[in-house]
Design a binder for this molecule. Structure first.
Ligand code: PSU
Ligand code: MN
Length: 304
């Protein structure tokens, strides 16, 4: 039989940090490969890792390269992730990509799965996938939700985009026994907007509270992940009228072009970035950086 890789391969720095109980934060690669335009995405990859380091944690960007699931990437590997052509891999695609020795960027679901397998508990991203509008007909519900239900990883994000059915997404998180905490907010964030219009079930106001809740959740929470939702910095929030226009246009465009399945989210994101003259990109970058920073602070609190 041919030898094959069974678990993720850790960058030596990440392996050493985990061995020593030092703080580590996993970072998602689909947001780089499919959520941000090249070549800006490559700078963002470095910026996110630098933010994590600035708070005293070790960053570990996750992807599959040549069929090897990797937790922690070298600069050359980040080049490949940001260089285009990478397939978008959710959890169901991981085994296929490994078996066929392919490259791919990992979604929230796949990143959480590989991070957990590597022993990394903290994970930062921009927005979660969720229940799409019209899911009653299309059945389009992101595998991110099912993955969070069974993967003990704390995901720091800015809620979900209003391209989704936010109410249904929150309902499904409740059904899946995934706690949702608002960080310094009573409102579930709507990615580009600080308030999606729906409340969070729980609010926390500092990193020590997050660490206490996560420790307890691991003991009594039944094995599910947890969502820590932080709104986009106020200065970078997209104006409500612009946001509503972009959303209406994006949804119409996706319907018109018959875009379905895993292409829906990247198509909507691309439209937002192109049609907003960079405003949505600024917001996107600001919130991802803030989430990486918060995740690192929580990781440090948990390691201390
Ligand atoms: N939401 C965003 N930006 C993103 C994504 C979601 O605001 O880049 C990406 C994440 O990788 C997420 C994935 O896991 O899209 C969800 O895709 P789908 O809806 O096809 O499950
Ligand atoms: Mn989908």
């Amino acid at each position: 039989m041919m030898p094959h890789v069974t678990g993720p391969v850790l960058l030596p720095e990440v392996r050493a940090a985990l061995r020593d109980g030092a703080p580590v934060v996993a970072l998602e690669s689909t947001l780089l490969a499919h959520g941000l335009p090249a070549p800006r995405n490559r700078e963002v990859a470095d910026e996110l890792e630098a933010v994590v380091r600035s708070r005293g944690a070790v960053p570990a960007t996750v992807a599959v390269l040549d069929g090897v699931p990797r937790v922690g990437l070298t600069a050359a590997e980040l080049d490949r992730v940001c260089g285009g052509d990478l397939v978008k891999l959710s959890v169901r695609d991981l085994g296929v990509a490994v078996g066929l020795r392919r490259d791919g960027a990992t979604t929230v679901a796949a990143t959480a799965a590989l991070a957990a397998a590597a022993g990394v508990a903290l994970f930062a991203t921009g927005g979660l996938g969720g229940v799409h509008r019209g899911a009653r007909e299309s059945w389009d519900v992101s595998a991110d939700l099912a993955a969070l239900a069974r993967t003990p990883v704390l995901t720091v994000c800015s809620g979900v985009k209003s391209i989704l059915d936010v109410a249904a997404t929150l309902e499904l998180l409740e059904t899946s026994s995934v706690p949702v905490l608002g960080f310094g907010t009573d409102a579930f964030p709507g990615f580009y907007r600080r308030d999606s219009g729906f409340p969070v079930p729980w609010r926390v106001d500092d990193v020590a509270q997050v660490a206490a809740v996560w420790r307890a959740h691991r003991d009594v929470g039944g094995g599910a992940g947890m969502v820590l939702a932080q709104p986009v910095p106020a200065a970078d929030e997209v104006d409500a009228a612009l946001h509503d226009r972009l959303l209406a246009e994006g949804l119409a465009l996706v319907a018109e072009r018959g875009i379905v399945g895993k292409d829906v989210t990247p198509a909507l994101l691309a439209h937002f970035h192109e049609a907003s003259g960079g405003v949505s990109l600024t917001a996107n970058l600001a919130l991802v950086r803030a989430n990486a920073e918060l995740a690192a602070q929580v990781a440090v609190a948990l390691a201390g």
